[in-house]
Design a protein around this ligand. Structure first.
Ligand code: GDP
Ligand code: MN
Length: 380
């Protein structure tokens, strides 16, 4: 789960990493009030789950409440890389002497957390990594040893930080970042820029924070930060119903049980000359409610012209699934043609049930390839 800048900063704050004071605003009026409360110069920052906001005009300095309101009016509703701005973070502006970059991500290859630190922050880090890799200090942390003070020093000297006061602050921030990373089960934390003010204070001016979805059950307070309105309506519905759903851009809706089967179904649709519009994974289930939920989500996508149901009965028996499909079709009306391929445990019974009771827009095919071809034909 990706967090907004202001949410990531809230977590930074909890772990002691210095951040500026700020307020959330959803209207120009609220932005004005926030600027009034904060006093002095403020920065008006678009809150969207994407980077490059500065370049897109989503970050603006304001001298006071009037200007904050004006900038808020311009930034709210702005489309940044497909994300519409609905929230702003109004923050006390910082004077900047230098911009550094500090991140901690999970390196799956090494099975360790990886620190990256460079004095050349603020801009695209990919550029620094590609063009001047020697400017980027990299350091893995052994999960059993934890983050050790000598590692902080290695990181700091590696990036060429010479000022002792700065060294001390950055070492502390790196340690706090490691604690935040481990303590929230994050997979990515990034501070770009990590600034040094003219007075020599080091602080986080931005935050990028991704928490492992599979660990959210341990962090109800973070799970609650999820902003459902930021997702498209079908994805929101899927999430609420605990169905895995992914939007694609073809015309065949795909429904299967198990990630492997669903992935191969996508390939077979492509092989048959079609393109998947989306897919839903029923997981191990296939009970009537699960089928209804998935069908509702898939058929709500206006791009869907036919639906391909690919089920392999293992623990879930095909006759169960067939009953689920029939029950689902009884309780809702779907106009798109539906092609069903059932195989595995009790496949014969399942197909029989469908053949006897299914509505005319439901077609049963014996193999995956036949079913995909039929679904692609019907979508044409
Ligand atoms: P991003 O473009 O989405 O990465 O957003 P950031 O929060 O990193 O802001 C982009 C840039 O705006 C920073 O690199 C700064 O140069 C500038 N900026 C952000 N906040 C402030 C601030 O408080 N004061 C000043 N002077 N510049 C800021
Ligand atoms: Mn940034």
């Amino acid at each position: 789960m990706d967090l907004y800048e202001y949410q990531g900063k809230e977590l930074f704050r909890r772990f002691g990493i210095p951040v500026s004071e700020g307020r959330l605003a959803t209207s120009p009026e609220e932005a004005r009030t926030a600027a009034q409360e904060l006093g002095g110069q403020v920065v008006v920052k678009a809150q969207v789950l994407t980077g490059g906001r500065g370049k897109a005009g989503g970050i603006k300095l304001a001298d006071g409440p009037d200007e904050a309101e004006e900038h808020a009016r311009a930034i709210l509703g702005l489309d940044i890389n497909g994300h519409v701005v609905r929230k702003l973070w109004i923050e006390s502006a910082s004077a900047i002497a230098r911009e550094y970059y500090l991140s901690l991500t999970f390196d799956r290859g090494e099975k360790k957390a990886l620190f990256m630190f460079t004095k050349e922050g603020g801009i695209d880090i990919e550029e620094v990594a590609a063009e001047r890799p020697e400017a980027l200090a990299r350091l893995h942390v052994d999960p059993l040893e934890g983050f050790q003070p000598y590692q902080a020093r290695r990181l700091i000297y590696g990036a060429g930080i010479e000022n002792p006061d700065e060294q001390k602050q950055i070492a502390k921030i790196a340690e706090q970042l490691y604690a935040a990373f481990v303590g929230t089960d994050a997979v990515l934390t990034e501070i770009n820029p990590l600034i040094v003010t003219p007075e020599g204070q080091v602080k986080a001016l931005d935050s990028k924070f991704t928490v492992d979805d599979n660990a959210l059950y341990k962090h109800p307070d973070i799970a609650e930060m999820r902003d459902l309105e930021a997702y498209p309506p079908e994805e929101r519905a899927a999430r609420e119903k605990d169905v895995t759903y992914v939007k694609l851009d073809g015309e065949v809706g795909v429904l299967g049980n198990g990630a492997g089967l669903v992935m191969s179904t996508l390939d077979v649709v492509a092989l048959a000359g079609g393109r998947p519009a989306n897919f839903c994974d029923l997981g191990g289930g296939g009970d009537a409610q699960g089928v209804v939920d998935a069908l509702e989500i898939i058929s709500a996508d206006p791009q869907v012209r036919s639906i391909l149901f690919n089920i392999f009965g293992g623990i879930t028996r095909c006759d169960e699934v067939a009953r689920g499909i029939l029950q689902a079709l009884n309780s809702m009306s779907i106009e798109d043609p539906i092609v069903v391929r059932l195989d595995g445990t009790n496949a014969e019974e399942g197909r029989q049930l469908l053949q006897e009771a299914a509505p005319p827009n439901l077609h049963v095919e014996p193999t995956m390839l036949d079913a995909a071809k039929r679904a692609v034909e019907l979508a044409a």
